[in-house]
Write a protein that binds this ligand. Structure first.
Ligand code: NDP
Length: 328
């Protein structure tokens, strides 16, 4: 029998947690052969709600669910962890300055990075979902000097999936026929959803669409502002689609990308495409052997270069702010 993987979810009693935990326990994160031990980390006032979610998880009688631990202690939560999904974060509230937001999140992601450094399994993989996700991942990685930097990632898979969905809607193509879509930069409104490398059924996606104005004036802003559109329509932020993207991200990381395709993920830059080393930026990535690799040697047109530079400039600013606050 395979020994269970320890999967830790922070903010486990939140909206995304509620959409995420059942899919992990059912086997959709790591596959049907891997039993899962779930660790739920919450802040003390939310522990009782987490216990209620755990009761529901019990009541699903998932064959792969080996057990559930609930804690408000990061050290306990990350002891022996194989997959860490960092969902809980301090949301921006009305009147909050950016420095306050970064400070509050530094107080969460710094100690969590340190706890991962102290206790995680050798093969630990970390996905940061809580916003500002890229910079929170940067903070966590900075507090985990003994964990290889490539184990810290930030989620842009939801943006990637949103781009696929918009392209399907526009062209009628099957999702599986759409390849090589990329999200570059920060998981924020400055992100660059890039179709210049994308193909549909082997043909250039831009050729199939044949409408530059649609790409610039509709596609890019629709993908970049989709989160706000969902809040406006639903009265709450996207949760199930965010959880779905987190499942996709880890599943791809562990099981690989299909031949000839890639996905998008925020990974620690080694200087690729001029992105300063150490920043957590979204890139086109393949996955194989349990590791992500940034797709090399793509030619960037002038528009793409400018859009990537603008989003990376925002990441640099966030890094400088975090440094100025002494959070790393
Ligand atoms: P959600 O579960 O809806 O969201 C959690 C985080 O995910 C937020 O930072 C949110 O950012 C972010 N996020 C990233 N991508 C998306 C997306 N596409 N759509 C929506 N959200 C996205 O928040 P809840 O308030 O329901 O739950 C948060 C839980 O976290 C609470 O139970 C709280 O107690 C807990 N928490 C736990 C901590 C810990 O374990 N140490 C620390 C802090 C909080 P955004 O706000 O920008 O939407």
């Amino acid at each position: 029998p395979v020994s269970p993987a320890v999967v830790t979810v922070t903010g486990a009693a939140g909206q995304i947690g509620y959409a995420l935990l059942f899919r992990i326990a059912s086997g959709q994160l790591l596959g049907p052969d891997t039993p899962v031990r779930l660790r739920m980390l919450e802040i003390p006032p939310a522990v009782k709600a987490a216990e209620g979610v755990a009761m529901e998880l019990d009541d699903c009688a998932f064959p792969l669910l080996d057990g559930i631990d609930i804690t408000d202690d990061a050290t306990a939560a990350f002891d022996g962890v194989n997959v860490a999904l960092l969902v809980g974060a301090r949301p921006r509230t009305a009147g909050m300055e950016r420095g306050d937001l970064l400070s509050a999140n530094g107080g969460i992601f710094g100690p969590q990075g340190a706890a991962i450094n102290a206790g995680a399994a050798d093969d630990v993989r970390v996905l940061v979902v809580g916003n500002p996700a890229n910079t929170n991942a940067f903070i966590a990685a900075a507090h985990a000097p003994d964990v290889p930097a490539d184990r810290f990632t930030a989620m842009t898979r939801l943006d990637h999936n949103r781009a696929l969905a918009q392209l399907r809607q526009r062209t009628g193509a099957a999702i599986d026929d759409i390849r090589r879509v990329t999200i570059w930069g920060n998981h924020s409104a400055t992100q660059y959803p890039d179709l210049t490398q994308a193909t549909i059924g082997g043909r250039s996606a831009l050729g199939v669409v044949d409408d530059q104005a649609w790409v610039r004036d509709t596609f890019i802003p629709t993908v970049a502002k989709r989160g706000a559109a969902i809040i406006e329509a639903r009265g709450a932020s996207s949760a199930a689609s965010a959880a779905n993207a987190a499942v996709d991200h880890v599943h791809t990381w562990v099981h690989g990308t299909p031949e000839g395709d890639w996905t998008s993920a925020g990974v620690v830059s080694r200087g690729e495409y001029g992105v300063p080393e150490g920043l957590v930026s979204s890139f086109p990535v393949t996955a194989s052997g349990g590791a992500f690799t940034v797709v090399p040697d793509l030619e960037l047109d002038e528009f793409s270069r400018a859009r990537i530079d603008a989003s990376v400039a925002e990441l640099v600013e966030e890094r400088e702010a975090v440094r100025a606050l002494g959070l790393v």
